[in-house]
Design a binder for this molecule. Structure first.
Ligand code: PMV
Length: 318
C-alpha cells in the first residue's frame, strides 16, 4: 500500500487553442499549445479543524458546495472517492498566473495540477490517462461539456492535435516561434459561449457541418505548416479559424477591432480569438522581427499581454 506525504506541489501550464475551438466540442480536430503561464497547487498537512482551499487571498472549506473554486473541489471529491480521505486536515493552495475566465485554460491547469498533487499526497502516482480522466471532472464543473482539449494541452505541454475520438497527439515543432497573447480584460463563461455556438449549429446544421469539416482540414494543414515551419501559412489558417468562429457567434466587436488592429500594419501573419471567445483572449502570430515592438504597443493598452513560446513541459510534480 502506498504511503502519504506531508507536502506535495504540482504545476501545469495554461493553453491557447491555435485553431478549432468550439468545433472540437462537436467532434472536429483542433490544435492547442501550452503557454508560459502556469497554475501551481500545493497540498499540505494542516493542523486545523477542517480542510481548506486557499487562493487569491481567500479561504474556503475544501468540500464547501457553495464555494468559488469548483474545479479544484470537484477534483478533490473524486480523488477522495477513489483513494480515500487523508488522515487529518489538509490545505490545498492554488497559485495561478492565468486569469480566470480569460480563455487561457485556467480551470484546466488547476484541475490537472490538483489531480496530480492530491493523488501524490495520498501516495498515488497516476498515469497520464488517469490524470486526464479525473481532471475532466474539474473542467466539467466549470463548463458542462468540455471536449478535453484544455486538460490535454495542460497535461502534456508542447503542441497537440486533438479530437474527442483520437485524443491528443503531440506535434513536433521544427521551427521555434512565438505567439502574442492578449487578454481583453473581459472574463466570460465558457458554458454560455458553447451554448451560443450550439444554438447556431441547430439553426444552420449544414453550414455548421461544413465549417466543422473545414476546421478539421485546417487543423491537419496547420500540423503540416508547423512541421515545415511555414509561418505565413500558419497565420493564414489562423485567420480562417477566426472567420469561422465569427460566423458561429464566438467573436465580439471588441475582439474584431483588436484583431483588425493587429493585422493592419502587417506585423502579424495571423490573429484570432482563442478559447471560447465572447471576450477572453486573442492570439497573434507576429513576424519574428516585430515581436518586441508589437508587445510594447499592445501592452500599453492591454495589461495582461505577453509573448509565449511553446513550453514543452506540461504537468510537473515535485
Ligand atoms: O474555456 P476556454 O475558453 O479555455 O476554451 C474552451 C474551448 C472550447 O472549445 C470552446 C470548449 C471545449 O471544451 O473544447
Amino acid at each position: 500500500m502506498s504511503s502519504s506525504r506531508n507536502k506535495v506541489t504540482a504545476s501545469a501550464p495554461g493553453k491557447v487553442i491555435i485553431i478549432g475551438e468550439h468545433f472540437v466540442v462537436h467532434g472536429s480536430y483542433a490544435v492547442a499549445a501550452a503557454i508560459d503561464k502556469r497554475a501551481t497547487v500545493t497540498v499540505s498537512k494542516e493542523n486545523a479543524p477542517e480542510s481548506v482551499i486557499l487562493s487569491q487571498g481567500q479561504k474556503e472549506a475544501l468540500l464547501d458546495d457553495h464555494g468559488k473554486f469548483s474545479a479544484a473541489r470537484s477534483v478533490a471529491r473524486r480523488i477522495f472517492e477513489e483513494f480515500g480521505q487523508p488522515d487529518g486536515s489538509i490545505s490545498l493552495e492554488i497559485d495561478s498566473e492565468i486569469p480566470l475566465g480569460s480563455g487561457l485554460g485556467s480551470s484546466a491547469a488547476v484541475s490537472v495540477a490538483t489531480t496530480a498533487a492530491l493523488a501524490k499526497f495520498l501516495g498515488h502516482d497516476l498515469t497520464n490517462e488517469k490524470i486526464a480522466e479525473i481532471s475532466a471532472i474539474g473542467e466539467m464543473s466549470v463548463h458542462g461539456n468540455p471536449s478535453g482539449i484544455d486538460t490535454a494541452a495542460s497535461l502534456y505541454g508542447g503542441m497537440i492535435l486533438f479530437s474527442r475520438k483520437t485524443g491528443a497527439k503531440p506535434i513536433p515543432l521544427n521551427r521555434a516561434f512565438q505567439l502574442l497573447v492578449v487578454y481583453s480584460g473581459q472574463a466570460r463563461s465558457t458554458s454560455e459561449l458553447v451554448a451560443k455556438v450550439n444554438k447556431k449549429r441547430t439553426e444552420f446544421p449544414s453550414t455548421f457541418a461544413h465549417l466543422s469539416d473545414a476546421s478539421s482540414f485546417a487543423s491537419l494543414e496547420l500540423v503540416d505548416a508547423l512541421t515545415s515551419g511555414d509561418l505565413p501559412y500558419l497565420g493564414a489558417l489562423m485567420n480562417l479559424g477566426q472567420a469561422s468562429l465569427s460566423w458561429a457567434g464566438a467573436s465580439t466587436e471588441d475582439l474584431d477591432h483588436l484583431i483588425e488592429d493587429l493585422l493592419s500594419d502587417e506585423s502579424c501573419f495571423g490573429a484570432k480569438l482563442t478559447g471560447a471567445g465572447g471576450g477572453g483572449s486573442i492570439i497573434a502570430l507576429p513576424k519574428p522581427d516585430r515581436v518586441e515592438v508589437l508587445l510594447k504597443r499592445i501592452s500599453a493598452k492591454y495589461d495582461f499581454s505577453f509573448i509565449s513560446s511553446i513550453p514543452q513541459h506540461g504537468l510537473r510534480c515535485e
